[in-house]
Ligand binder design. Sequence first.
Ligand code: COA
Length: 193
Amino acid sequence: MSLELELQQYLKEIKLKDGSKCSLRPLRKDDEKNFHEFFLAVPEPERMFIKHRVTEPQTIRDWCKNIDLGRNLPLLALMDGQIVGVATLHQQLGGWKRHIGRVSVLVHPKYRGRGLARALVSEIVSIARESGLEKVEAEFIGEQEAAIKMFALLGFSNLVRLEGYVKDMQAIDHDYVLMGLQLKTDEEYAGVG
Ligand SMILES: CC(C)(COP(=O)(O)OP(=O)(O)OC[C@H]1O[C@@H](n2cnc3c(N)ncnc32)[C@H](O)[C@@H]1OP(=O)(O)O)[C@@H](O)C(=O)NCCC(=O)NCCS
């Protein structure tokens, strides 16, 4: 079975730190309304750091209409039918970065502090490894300290920090931070593992 087909059937139940349960599955066409509501719950100052205009229904409609899990895999966390978190694996299917997946994560403000981001990112990193990627990276604005700390806990290391390099949605300059994680061990590279 192709990875794409496998992912479409993917469904996993996880238990969070407070004992609550949620299910993980990839984004589907019929998630449009639910996914838009999820982004509306993100506080305005945080939304400034998101790369896309996620409060605009058209943005979410385009994502749900043009699902290509091999290129962008949004793994949703759902509780009682509501989307409470998402981690996405972005892949460039050709070129210099074809062996590197990019990971991003966002958790609904009411569901933070329960280990959900940690579970989502661990899961997406496993999927990246199974799909044969060699590395994963994650990009941040310097102020996203909680996220930077969390990715460090999951084994990501700081690759670069560029002062005042990026602009948020209000055109204010911020530091750019790139973190990365090697998925293949040296043994695997040498064909020993
Ligand atoms: C960063 C974010 C994803 C964390 O989500 P979460 O589900 O609350 O995170 P978890 O509960 O899995 O926390 C994992 C670890 O991260 C660290 N962490 C999480 N939130 C933190 C905070 N506000 N301050 C400091 N450390 C924090 C903690 O060390 C935590 O480990 P612990 O529970 O053992 O203390 C969430 O705050 C968010 O969506 N922020 C906005 C989006 C963002 O910055 N995305 C990253 C860009 S890729």
